[in-house]
Design a binder for this molecule. Sequence first.
Ligand code: GLP
Length: 256
Amino acid sequence: MEVILKSDPESLCRLAADMITDLMQRKPDAVLGLATGSTPLKLYAELIRRHREEGLDFSRVRTFNLDEYVGLGPDHPQSYASYMRNHFFSSVNVHPDSTHIPNGFTEDIPAECAAYEQAIQDAGGIDLQILGIGTDGHIGFNEPTSSLTSRTRIKTLTARTLADNARFFEQEADQPHHVITMGIGTILESRQAVLLAFGDSKADAIAQAVEGPLTASVPASALQLHPKAHVFVDEAAGSQLERQDYYRWVYDQKPR
Ligand code: GLP
């Protein structure tokens, strides 16, 4: 696992954008795994800037999002489909047919989940997966005790995640308790993974994920099994890491 600590989220988002740009230059039809939440917003803004100002071309890129709320259609303002349109897809030249988000409005959830896994396989697998982390250590919506080999499926959110995300919903009754999420096994098959985390509220989850034991109780700790995982944290999110000096030492010696 590569851990990069920097003082500001902006420079970490630029680093993540550099990785995506490099990948797209090598492979114009790259398959990107995308995340929602507040964490990747600056990354999407940077990719949009590169598209507009530097001609970064998404015309052949394929995307797969991590998760979606059950019961929210793609036009619901709090659906992750709306989030992706508003914050990224409508501002770059990705083809709408090439973007994939689980359909939370389906009547047959197991069939939707199996089809999502198949679509990832048919695309040749995910080249680079962007991840955020929940304060309870979830990735995607794989809540604590998720199987480390899980595939795309329905999950029930924890009370903590519901509380963390309540700010996005006008009324408590509007907030779904169920989601469709890529599994931990699905995420581990991505060829590269970049976990972004900013702010104090993520410090405990990051320390447990990076330096704690591998455990289903901290789903992000499964990234310890990933062959190419990068963890980009600001000072606040990295503040409980014991080996900060070592991560900085490694980064300073990295050939550029
Ligand atoms: C949600 C998403 C996760 C995301 C997490 C953190 O639970 N399903 O993919 O990582 O929120 O959100 P934020 O980035 O807003 O802290």
